[in-house]
Write a protein of this length. Sequence first.
Length: 576
Amino acid sequence: MRQQWNELVLRMDQPQVFYTYEWALAVCRAYREVLPPNIFLAYDSTDKLCGVAALAVANRSRRASFLCSTTADYCDFISDPQDRRALVHAVIAELHGMRIRDINFANLPADSVTVAALEDMQVSQKYHRFSRTGYICTQVDLKSLERYPDGTVVLPRRKMVRRSLNVFSRENPVWLDHSASSEALDVVLPKFMQAHVARFLYTGRISNIARNERRVFLTELANLLAEQGWIALSRLMSGDRPLAWNYGFHFHGSWFWYQPTFDNDLEKHSPGFCLLAKLIEHAATDPSTQVVDLGLGSEEYKDQFANSTREILYTTLRRSLVKHWREIARYRAAEWIQRRPALEDKARGLVGAARRLGDRFQTQGLLSTIRSLGSRVWDLVWSRSEVALYQWSAPQESYPAELQSLHWDQLATAAMQYSDDPATLDYLLRSAARLRRGKEKGYALVDKSGSVLHIAWVGDFQDFFLAELNSSIEAPNANCSMIFDCWTPVAMRGQGYYARTIAEIARGLQEHGKQAWIFSATTNVASTRGVEEAGFRRMYSLVRTRLLGRQWIRRQNSDLEFSEPQVRISSQDPAA
């Protein structure tokens, strides 16, 4: 099967690694539970395989799609070009007989003969078709590149690349490494995945590699393609230090820029851009390579290298005429809004609010959703909240803990560890933004395996802004630090990690001549209990009353002696 399948791929008009048996097998191994595979095989009169349609078919929802559409940059029916029309018609007829109502063909190349086959009357009699441009993929045609007299290719921003490479090579020589064997990939892949997740957190996003299924897919795919010599995990190295990575492929005359990333600490020197430049230079020296395909995505840096493009379509087939016209109307409306940036921002906000409301409804039910909305409306009219502030009193009991300064690798590890915990992912994005600014210091409690158990932050007490009260407070003296924004992932709660973390942070602050403070809403019983268990003593509380947009704050002192801080009402937006 593998041999005949891949022979068909190589006879296509533009063979791609995404069409191979290995790619479909890796998808099945990683995503079988969410993408039920349904492989249609066509044979000729001699019982030789002459066509393959690798689809995912959900019988319950009556939907079908390309099996590899969520992982592959290009998807298509696999056959000789002259057999494509017959294959497409046979598969569509089979899906119609299975009572499939909706078919989505994503990432279909516009220059494929499959497009013409889907436009035939035989398809139109069964389904209503709609096609639109999904992506414009950029490519580098190596034969069309301008070259210097010595034969090297002319690439953009050559001076910038040279300056960056000089910076990278100050301590160690810079070199390009391509890992292609299973043994080498087993060593390089984990670091690449961690760097990719960290890079996305740095930019305020969650990488798809944070999910275990994606990591399984990339690992399986790498091992399968390594057997054929089609994988190329490229790295720009400075000595033994990797600066940038690209999980890519070298297949049938094409070098593919599939999933790149780079070290966050080197952003200002553009290591990713340098890696792509060096990769194109390397590919240009290989007579068997004709193109460097930059894949999906319209990133600006790709346009600086590209000298050709390829249009990718998103084609849908609907049995229902109502669904068909609804989809067209939605697309046209979105297209119209996108040309008006002000409307687009508002539309995105409304869509996000509707999605959050829908998620709440699904998880908590209608009654709870109504109560929550009512509570928010009432809070705009009148509300009362109380926050207690605590100072560490240095207890004798010690909490053994492995407390580390927070860095990007730990955030990435936590994102992969808690990829199914939306609240923790939101917290990690918030922490990533704070880590990038560099004004506060983060700490992580980790176990022996490196798993993150708890994260907390420390900042200056002076002018510390309490979002719960929409106010800033002044510290009793210049040596006070505030512990804040502490978080235990849902799966790790109830094991005392919160108390252990803040106690160790407070101990470290004391060793550096700082007084450790922390605060908690008095209604958060679990938080106040953890604070007191860690050795903090309540010093005073602040009570905020809000009425019709105005607020008042008063202090309630404890019986302990302390230097009373000053409270200053701030107009700062709590979201900031």
